[in-house]
Design a protein around this ligand. Structure first.
Ligand code: MN
Length: 314
């Protein structure tokens, strides 16, 4: 039987029990907090924080919650997650190939959109891009990101897609997992770049991995995917090819710009991430602009929504 396991904190496990409240069954095994049965998945939440998804739809059901747990993963758990994704090794000289790379930003941030970028980097361009300071965007300050992004956006061929909060919330409410949203966005951005560089073809396509390869293509079942045999998946791919590092920088640049816009609309500076500062900002936003503006600013299904309303009550 297919199964999928995630580890969550106490708060999220209560949240999950509540989410599945219409599917709960009475009999729970020892050590479990709840068992829920949907049409094609059984979900068991344990006191230890482990949540087990079993059945045909287990990966997709479990994926729904990855956006929520990203913010609470510590270093060790991140490692577990990358082992879980089980990346296949890349060819030895891969970093010198002409590659389309793709990456996304904003999936673990309560405020703001998801931005996805695919870039094509020709092997001739690699030395120049390295000279311009392209590397893992996670280690660069916002100022540095902006500075480098402005230089590389005129050098590389790229496609940027922005999934705004309103649309994100619609899709999420309709039952689409964050994993599927990301797969659709990566896929679309990659196809755009393939069209832009045609008739030239890349040596390969490297996707910064967020789900197993099989699940990525499963998400795209109803879509025409034209690059299957060229696709490579790897976690922390921004360290493995400059094309993904460029994608990561451009995606973060777009994210920063959209966060600035949201801050202007809110009338105060909106924080990134999903920590307590974010709960306070959401509470302030609700107080000053009304709860009806929230779907345009945040990812509503995150636990932060409830925390913000609790702050207002308290
Ligand atoms: Mn990534």
């Amino acid at each position: 039987m297919e199964q999928f396991v995630i580890k969550v904190d106490n708060h999220l496990i209560d949240e999950m029990k509540n989410y599945y409240k219409n599917n709960l069954i009475d009999k729970v095994p020892q050590g479990a907090i709840f068992v829920a049965k949907t049409d094609d998945c059984t979900i068991t939440g344990y006191k230890s924080g482990k949540v087990l998804f079993q059945g045909k739809n287990s990966m997709e059901e479990g994926e729904k919650w990855l956006g929520d747990i990203i913010s609470t993963l510590d270093k060790k758990e991140s490692k577990d997650r990358s082992t879980m994704l089980n990346p296949s090794p890349l060819p030895a000289d891969f970093s010198n190939w002409s590659i389309i790379g793709s990456d996304e930003v904003g999936t673990g941030d309560y405020f703001g959109p998801i931005t996805v970028v695919a870039t094509y980097v020709d092997k001739e361009q690699i030395p120049l891009l390295i000279k311009l300071g392209v590397k893992d965007s996670k280690n660069l300050s916002d100022d540095k990101i902006i500075q480098i992004a402005k230089k590389i956006k005129d050098i590389v061929t790229y496609s940027l897609l922005v999934l705004h909060n309103e649309k994100y919330n619609q899709l999420q409410k309709g039952g689409m997992s964050q994993g599927k949203m990301k797969a659709l966005l990566h896929n679309q951005a990659i196809h755009h770049v393939l069209e832009k560089i045609s008739p030239k073809k890349p040596d390969g396509i490297l996707i910064d991995q967020f789900v197993k390869k099989e699940l990525y293509f499963q998400y795209l079942e109803e879509t025409n995917v034209r690059y299957k045999e060229l696709a490579y998946f790897h976690t922390q791919a921004e360290n493995l090819h400059v094309a993904v590092a460029c994608a990561s920088i451009l995606a973060r640049y777009a994210f920063i710009q959209h966060m600035d816009l949201l801050s202007q609309k809110a009338g105060f500076s909106i924080p990134k991430g999903a920590g307590t500062g974010v709960d306070e900002a959401a509470a302030r936003l609700i107080k000053e602009k009304g709860s009806e503006v929230l779907p345009f600013f945040v990812k509503l299904h995150f636990a932060n929504t409830k925390k913000a309303f609790n702050l207002l009550k308290g």
